[in-house]
Design a protein around this ligand. Structure first.
Ligand SMILES: [Zn+2]
Length: 63
């Protein structure tokens, strides 16, 4: 929680209130952890990545 807030604060500092050119809503950076199969080992692992969320992909990210 704290980490996410820190990241968003940093992002806000860099680019204040970026709006999506498609839907016009504010784009938010969220940290998403996705399960992923290792290409050679075939085992599952979790990949941590930052995704930008707006109305366009909100459904995809949050289900
Ligand atoms: Zn959008």
């Amino acid at each position: 929680m704290a980490k996410t807030r820190t990241f968003q604060d940093k992002l806000k500092k860099d680019k204040d209130a970026r709006l999506c050119p498609v839907c016009g809503t504010a784009m938010t950076a969220v940290r998403a952890v996705r399960p992923e199969v290792h290409p050679t080992k075939g085992s599952w692992r979790f990949r941590d990545q930052i995704v930008i969320v707006c109305k366009c992909n909100h459904k995809e990210i949050y289900g």
